[in-house]
Design a protein around this ligand. Structure first.
Ligand SMILES: [Zn+2]
Length: 223
């Protein structure tokens, strides 16, 4: 069983710095975790995320027992652990990002306006409000993500994204915030027009055929 090393805690800290710089993590609000085998490296509660240090990343097991670290883990620890115990994910990001939170204050779900949202599993559901840190919130988030979604919104609270890697969970948080901003901008002009299921399917078929989103070497056609 790999034990999270200083380098792994540093990666969690760097993910927080990136999300803070992008405006998704504000002050002490939000939390990030990374799975390494049966252990989880997770941000400490009360830490300022823009300046998070590796020492402010606590290592726990899947039952929440602290394995190493000097600080109490995030108050949303059970939300993270419930996901890791159930879904094959490598990292989790929870934010109170402004656009994502705004959407979750009004809509029952974020519809698919742009095909990039297909990377998040299509529409992003909004789970009902429960107070932070409660088993009810953790259970509602897990139910929402158990349908294969890579993201969910939390009513009047924020967002949770998953990733097979820490970088992917961060990218998904940025993508969700971008999609929420897109919805808000479009709604200024009129009623946003979602992609239909057949339009979404057409995009999926092209992406599968062309390997969209993956780097490819140049071929003769490009020269
Ligand atoms: Zn929160």
């Amino acid at each position: 069983m790999p034990t999270p090393a200083l380098a792994d805690r540093q990666r969690v800290a760097e993910a927080c710095h990136r999300l803070s710089a992008a405006g998704l993590l504000i002050g002490t609000a939000g939390n990030v975790s990374l799975r390494l085998g049966d252990l989880i490296a997770v941000t400490a509660t009360g830490a300022t995320l823009a300046d998070l240090t590796p020492a402010q990343v606590t290592v726990v097991d899947l039952d929440g027992a602290v394995i190493s670290g000097d600080y109490a883990p995030t108050s949303e620890l059970q939300l993270h652990l419930g996901i890791y115990r159930t879904l094959p994910t490598g990292a989790i990001v929870h934010t109170h990002a402004p656009k994502s939170t705004a959407i979750g204050c009004v809509l029952p779900e974020l519809p698919v306006l742009h095909y990039q949202q297909l990377a998040l599993g299509g529409e992003t559901p909004v789970v009902p409000f429960h107070p932070f840190g409660t088993p009810e919130l953790a259970g509602a988030v897990l139910d929402s993500l158990s349908t294969g979604k890579q993201a969910t919104l939390l009513a009047n609270h924020g967002a949770v994204t998953l990733g097979s890697t820490l970088a992917q969970a961060v990218e998904n948080a940025l993508l969700l915030e971008w999609a929420c901003a897109l919805y808000l901008d479009a709604a200024v002009l009129g009623t946003p027009r979602p992609l239909t299921p057949s339009q979404q399917q057409a995009v999926i078929e092209i992406a599968l055929r062309t390997g969209y989103g993956t780097p490819k070497p140049l071929t003769k056609d490009h020269q």
